[in-house]
Ligand binder design. Structure first.
Ligand code: M6R
Length: 620
């Protein structure tokens, strides 16, 4: 949520910041802006709207310099106007600041600053920080007029941070210290890129790709001073920090669109590969189990686990629901799925043997991080299933499993879902084989998992059929999504995909629950999408389809190849490969992702940048 980029060095900074903001735009796209250290002080360019609007402004009014900061905004405080866009100026142009996060005590700080004579131009919480830093800077300049400007700026930042309550990743430019950018983190991620005589800073590594492979992840309560001659990191309480340099393994092609019109479509079609990546090196054919290396728990400790809590948000929460089914089925371990936003404030009883998994694509979701920290504080082993290496949750968890799905840029999560489900299947197999699951059963699951990339490839062949179905239903304004057992979360996920990118109202339900209320919504104008592959429960779901048909509701079915019985009831069928029940979410999710994509396109929506959303929800 909100993207930050900063640079000190020798390159033309406007272009560099603009490129970085384009790459970070998935984090928020309400407005964009940059502040550049020019010959005559700090120069701002900012505008409401997409980064493209800022690019147009910079074409009309270019600005030169080699040190600067930039921001793409997901609005929290104040509407999406030019005034509320970042960067914000503090004092009379002494500082410029960009910020990600929420300052909870901004109202009282603003009142104090207004009493001191500071004049506010925006409704944002960020402008408070800008004036606060300017205020401390002018105080410190009076007290320490002989010390190097960088020291004074750093002191002003630290004094300001002491007064802030909330979360922030912020980055500041100083008029009187033109070679310097200072950044600080408390709850919102920042990564530093190390070059030769140049340093980069960003909310995530994407703007750094192609410029450097050496990165340092800033930890909470750390402050970094960046100058072309070097960086200096200090922890706010424990002092100087030796940077731990890590290698970035992403390459430019990971974040290029290639021949695809949208990231969402690219990511949908990457799924055979991303599922293969999630499986690579993790199948132990000989012992009929999974190889899971990063849990940092011994088999003896894992045997003692008597309960699992999976916590997540959004699509990751849906993957967790599939995980619950698999863990209980294969490993017979009681498993609960908790919304992270609820778990962080609840106090559910947890046994000593409870293992907590945070499931997250980005590794930065504020609620998931807070839930994980709360469980950690209580002494539970906290593990993660995460895509972004170097993210806060990946670093703070006691161990975990990476998805290796590559960057997911489309705001609507697609490939992360199937990778999460794949990893949860491996986890269930691994824990199951330590308990009740037999060797032949383990071997069978392994051989089916090995086939998954090919099955997903086959599922993608429904693309043309999905386009036809999308054409027929794109004008409907309400949808129901129904499925049972491990396909119930698939129904929820299908409904979420449709809602978030096409703004159509859609509800996901366990098919049998429909009779207890949602059936009242059924009429000629409300299509029901049934996830109804072959399974023991299929006849029951088909009865639910009949109930909808009896009330004149249009029925779209996701069914297995050659299932004529479903075709006889449904108005439209989209076929997927016929596979084992517990793996069906991996193929059934595909047509639903494509359906939402094509309906959104037909309705003229921006599928990669849906309104009101951002890729990572890093604020509460
Ligand atoms: O990065 P995370 O997996 O923690 O993100 C969780 C949700 O914010 C995310 O899945 C969101 O629901 C997606 N936009 C769904 O497509």
């Amino acid at each position: 949520m909100c993207g930050i980029v900063g640079y000190v060095g020798f390159r033309s900074v406007s272009e560099l910041l603009l490129e970085g903001l384009h790459r970070l735009e998935y984090r928020g796209y309400d407005s964009a802006g940059i502040a550049v250290m020019a010959d005559d002080g700090i120069v701002l360019r900012k505008r409401a709207g997409r980064v493209g609007e800022l690019a147009a402004l910079l074409d009309e009014q270019p600005v030169r310099g080699s040190i600067g900061i930039g921001h793409t905004r997901w609005a929290t405080h104040g509407e999406t106007t030019d005034e509320n866009s970042h960067p914000h100026i503090g004092g009379n142009g002494e500082v410029a600041i960009v910020h990600n996060g929420v300052i909870e005590n901004y109202i009282s700080l603003r009142n104090q600053l207004q009493e001191m004579g500071y004049v506010f131009q925006s409704q944002t919480d960020t402008e408070v920080v800008a004036h606060l830093i300017a205020h401390h800077l002018s105080e410190q300049q009076k007290l320490n007029c002989d010390e190097p400007c960088m020291r004074t700026c750093l002191r002003a930042i630290n004094l300001s941070l002491d007064q802030l309550k909330g979360t922030f990743g912020l980055c500041v430019l100083f008029r009187d210290c033109p070679e310097t950018v200072i950044a600080a983190r408390a709850g919102s991620p920042l990564v530093i890129g190390i070059g030769k005589d140049e340093y980069f800073l960003a909310s995530d590594a994407s703007p750094l790709i192609g410029y450097t492979k050496e990165v340092v992840y800033l930890a909470d309560n750390e402050v970094v001073v960046l100058q072309p001659s070097g960086i200096q990191i200090t922890h706010r309480t424990s002092g100087s920090v030796r940077p731990s340099i890590q290698t970035l393994d992403q390459v430019s092609s990971d974040i290029d669109l290639g021949d695809y019109p949208h990231y969402m479509l690219k990511e949908i079609f990457e799924q055979p590969q991303t599922v293969e990546n999630a499986l690579r090196g993790r199948l132990n054919e000989e012992e009929g189990t999974a190889v899971i290396g990063g849990l940092n728990l011994t088999p003896q400790q894992l045997r003692k686990v008597d309960r699992i809590v999976l916590t997540a948000c959004g699509t990751s929460w849906h993957a967790a629901l599939v995980g619950e089914y698999l863990l209980e089925e294969f490993a017979r371990i009681p498993t609960e799925v908790e919304y992270a936003s609820e778990l962080r404030y609840r106090n559910p009883p947890m046994t000593e043997g409870t293992l907590v998994f945070s499931i997250t694509q980005s590794g930065e979701t504020a609620d998931t991080l807070a839930a994980m920290r709360e469980c950690k504080r209580k002494g539970h082993p906290t593990l993660s299933i995460c895509n972004v290496v170097g993210s806060t949750i990946a670093r703070e968890s006691d161990g975990g499993i990476f998805l290796h799905a590559g960057p997911e840029i489309g705001v609507a999560s697609t490939k992360a879902f199937t990778s999460q489900v794949t990893v949860l299947t491996l986890l269930a197999l691994y824990l199951g084989r330590m308990r009740h699951l037999s060797y032949p059963a383990g071997k069978r699951i392994i051989s089916q998992l090995r086939d998954m990339p090919a099955k997903i490839e086959e599922a993608l062949q429904c693309h043309d059929r999905v386009k036809e179905v999308a054409n027929k239903y794109a004008d409907f304004d309400n949808f129901l999504y129904l499925g049972r057992l491990c396909n119930f979360p698939v129904a929820l996920e299908g409904a979420l995909k449709l809602k978030e990118i096409s703004y159509i109202h859609a509800e996901g339900y366990p098919a049998a629950e429909m009779k207890h209320g949602p059936i009242a919504l059924v009429d000629e104008q409300t299509p029901s999408v049934f996830v109804v592959p072959r399974s023991g429960i299929q006849p029951k779901v088909m009865s639910n389809m009949e109930e909808v048909k009896a009330r004149k509701g249009p029925v779209i079915a996701i069914a297995c190849q050659g299932d004529n019985a479903v075709a006889e009831i449904a108005d439209d069928v989209i076929y997927v490969p016929d596979i084992e029940e517990y793996l069906q979410p991996l193929v059934c999710a595909i047509p639903l992702q494509l359906l939402s994509y094509h309906i959104a396109l037909l309705r003229g929506c921006n599928v990669d940048r849906p309104r009101n959303l951002a890729k990572s929800v890093t604020v509460e």
